[in-house]
Design a protein around this ligand. Structure first.
Ligand code: G6P
Ligand code: MG
Length: 220
């Protein structure tokens, strides 16, 4: 039985994944670099500095440590500007209802996000009280696919890994959940979640039968 569900934030609870992409795209425009669509998917779940490195590599350019710091900072300033527009319309449809349904059934809820802005997003939307524990980019030293963010979440919730499920839109996040020994739910339209080894693919919250999910009958 599942006793806790840990949700990723960007692309699973809120469509802030699009705002991250916009921030990187704007940085690329500033620099005269390309920002291909497939790179956008690769940045899901990946920390700020590692995301920048992926963009640099995909453009075949190098930068000094100082230049990287400045560019990562600039992207974050763009992202924070976009966050000011985030309201309920940016919530992934059904996410809050799903969390409330799980809570009603006594399931503990965690947040497991690589973002250092995660709590700002939750507070801005007034949904922080839906989460019993939140682990964010400020709490971790290793990025997904390392399991740290979820392992720490499970520990803080006091639930053993095999009784935790993780909702993730990122390939790196599904890999992290699997490495943590948790049930991995690949959420949304990202390519490659199946190949990454997701235990269950959930295209959207309307698809999800919560009772069947908690009973464990949706995956083998
Ligand atoms: C999440 C997003 C990534 C983002 C990362 C770091 O994992 O999916 O796109 O790069 O958080 O976010 P931050 O707000 O700390 O730059
Ligand atoms: Mg995500």
């Amino acid at each position: 039985t599942i006793e806790a569900v840990i949700f990723d934030l960007d692309g699973v609870v809120v469509y802030t994944d699009e705002y991250h992409s916009r921030g990187w795209r704007r940085l690329c425009d500033d620099q005269g670099w390309r920002f291909p669509e497939e790179v956008s998917d690769q940045l899901r779940g990946v920390s700020r500095m590692e995301s920048l490195q992926i963009i640099l590599d995909s453009n075949g350019v190098s930068a000094t440590g100082e230049e990287k710091e400045e560019m990562a900072h600039r992207k974050n300033e763009y992202y924070k500007t976009y966050l000011q527009e985030v309201d309920e319309s940016a919530l992934v449809p059904g996410a809050v209802d799903c969390i409330r349904e799980l809570r009603r059934r006594g399931v503990l809820i965690g947040l497991g996000s690589a973002s250092k802005n995660a709590l700002t997003v939750l507070r801005g939307l007034g949904i922080e009280e839906l989460f019993d524990q939140a682990v964010t980019g400020l709490d971790i030293t290793r990025s997904k696919p390392d399991p740290q963010v979820f392992t720490l979440g499970g520990q803080r919730l006091g639930v053993s890994p095999e009784r935790c499920a993780v909702f993730e839109d990122a390939v790196s996040g599904v890999e992290a959940a699997n490495a943590a020994g948790m049930i991995s739910v690949g959420f949304g339209p990202t390519q490659g979640l199946d190949q990454a080894g997701a235990d269950l693919l959930v295209p959207d919250y309307a698809w999800l039968d919560i009772d069947a999910f908690l009973a464990g009958t949706l995956w083998s």
